[in-house]
Design a protein. Structure first.
Length: 372
């Protein structure tokens, strides 16, 4: 009996822009994550496409990559979040585990520990350990016995862990999995009636949508983050939401809308009060906002303004945020490439002190019309 070509695999590869060689390397990476050594080359992918059945273990690795981003999947959770009303969490008396505030505090502290590691190392570092913690330690608590107040705090803390899992999947390019974790986290935040956390998750979705080129949807998600938490979010958090909107506008080439969103982000940031901020937003300081501006003007192909923001970001960034500095330097390098100065770009990417950075006044202001 002749083999039937694997049309489903071909369609997934087409939708994700994945070549035979790319798929082979990604399957090998998934295998290594799970402690297996797998020899896989582009010719193996060609055979699978032609209808040859891979070994069961290999098929499982392939299936893990078949989880792709579905842009329409963002719309439903966004609308549900905007239209939702607070509902009481049923008091649970039948669970096997008693859950109290100390348990919630442990979850929050663990989330902070993983978040710190992510800032320092990125790249999905410790993702497997975080996934095991979520499944084995956090999820059983959600089925335990707790009061309504404890339940709300618990679901909010669980949302923090789920969104971190989303970011670690994002970092290694598994965007379909990242999308599903972020949607799950939003549902947990909705259960907790944590409007600020929900806004954060929508802004994360905006970030991912913009990265994948869905700029119009990214704008909608960032605005939903603002509207859905307008009376609950701190000034710092609103500044971050607006920065995400600015990045989406920049991706669309909308320089006027981008500048307006950045100026509004700055106005909110000037009103920041750390006493109002949850722990998870305290990373968003002046350096971070400057870095967001640098990303925007890089995308708008305005290298002079990019240099100004990069210089400010590097001056202010705490060296502990290794990942943030790396991204800012890559943005700087890209701006030099836009100016046809690849040599300067290499130096910027390496973090060389030389590199032709212009001297700028130590101000943090977005000048009207700077992107126009």
């Amino acid at each position: 009996m002749p083999r039937q070509p694997n049309a489903r695999l071909a369609e997934v590869m087409r939708r994700t822009g994945c070549s035979n060689t790319s798929l082979a390397s990604r399957v090998q990476a998934v295998a290594r994550e799970q402690g297996a050594e797998l020899k896989c080359m582009h010719v193996d992918v060609r055979r699978w496409l032609d209808g040859v059945m891979p070994r069961p273990a290999t098929a499982q690795f392939i299936a893990t990559l078949g989880v792709v981003v579905v842009p329409s999947a963002w719309s439903g959770p966004m609308l549900n979040w905007l239209l939702s009303r607070p509902e009481p969490i049923p008091v649970r008396n039948g669970g096997r585990v008693n859950v109290g505030d100390p348990d919630v505090q442990v979850v929050r502290m663990t989330a902070q520990m993983f978040m710190t590691m992510d800032f320092q190392f990125g790249g999905g570092h410790a993702r497997a350990a975080l996934a095991q913690y979520y499944v084995n330690d956090v999820c059983p608590l959600l089925e335990g016995r707790f009061t309504e107040q404890v339940g709300r705090r618990l679901f909010s803390a669980a949302a923090e862990v789920a969104q971190l899992l989303g970011w670690t999947a994002y970092d290694i390019g598994r965007h379909g999995l990242a999308q599903r974790y972020l949607i799950q986290a939003l549902r947990l935040a909705q259960e907790a009636d944590d409007r600020m956390m929900g806004g954060r998750l929508l802004s994360n979705m905006s970030h991912q949508a913009a990265y994948l080129g869905n700029f119009d949807l990214a704008v909608q998600l960032a605005r939903a983050a603002q509207e859905g938490s307008r009376n609950a979010a701190s000034a710092t958090t609103m500044a971050m939401f607006l920065a995400m909107e600015a990045r989406a506008h920049a991706g669309n080439g909308e320089d006027g809308a981008c500048s307006r969103a950045l100026r509004e982000a700055e106005r909110y940031f000037e009103k920041s009060d750390s006493a109002d901020d949850p722990l998870w937003i305290r990373y968003f300081d002046a350096a971070e906002l400057a870095g967001e501006g640098a990303h925007c003007f890089r995308d708008l192909r305005n290298p002079r303004t990019t240099h100004e923001f990069v210089t400010r970001a590097i001056e202010l960034t705490d060296p502990v945020y290794v990942r943030t500095l790396a991204f800012v330097r890559l943005v700087h390098a890209a701006s030099y490439v836009q100016q046809r100065e690849p040599g300067q770009g290499r130096g910027s990417a390496r973090g060389d002190r030389t590199g032709g950075q212009p001297e700028v006044a130590p101000v943090f202001a977005i000048h009207p019309g700077s992107a126009q």
